[in-house]
Design a protein around this ligand. Sequence first.
Ligand code: G3D
Ligand code: MG
Length: 182
Amino acid sequence: MGGSSSTQIAMLGLDLSGKTTCLYRLKFNQYTDTRPTVGFNCEKIEFETPNGKTRVFTIWDVGGQDKTRPLWKSYTRKADGIIYVVDSTDKERLEEAKIELVKLLKSPETFGLPVVILANKQDLPESLEKYEIEKSLGLTELSSGHLWHIEPTCAVTGEGLQEAVETMVELIEKKKKMKLKR
Ligand code: G3D
Ligand code: MG
C-alpha cells in the first residue's frame, strides 16, 4: 500500500469517442495519432496530486466497437474506477452512449465504482456543453451507488484531463472512507 501502489482505471466509451487519444495525451503529454483500438492499450501514468504526492495510474483503454463491448466487464472487475469518454459532437450516438453506460453501471462488476465522465472534443464548435451531456446521459438517475463527476475535455490539447484524473483520485478516496464508516 502507500504512495507507490498503482490505481487501476478502466477507460471505456463508444469507439471514436477519444479514449486512446486521452490515454496517450496523459502518457506523453502530447497529441498522438491513433488507429482504432483492437483489443486494448494499457499504460502506467505517474502524476502529482495537488498535495504533492506521486500517484501511479494503470489505465486500461479498451476497444469500444460494439463487438468488443462485452469485454468491458473483465476490465471493470479489477478496476478502482471508470473513466467513461463521450464524443460531445456525436449527437446521433449519445443515446447509444447512454445505453452502454447504464448497462455498465448496472452490472454487478462495477458496483460502487466511482465514474468520471469526459465530455470530450470540447474544441469542436458543434460540441454539446457539459450540462447537455449530463442531461442526455441521464446521470442523476443512473448514479445510484456510484460517485460520479463530469469533466469537459479536449484530448488533442489535454484540456481538462488533469482535472479529471485528480477528481478520480478524490472520488476513490471518498469511496474508501465511506466503506470504512460502515
Ligand atoms: P477511441 O480510442 O475512443 O476509439 P480515438 O478514439 O482516440 O482513436 O479518437 C478518435 C478520433 O477522434 C481521432 O481522429 C482523434 O484524433 C479524434 N479526437 C479524440 N479526441 C479529440 C478531441 O478532444 N478533439 C478533437 N477535435 N478530436 C479528437 P481521427 O481523425 O484520427 O479518426
Ligand atoms: Mg481506441
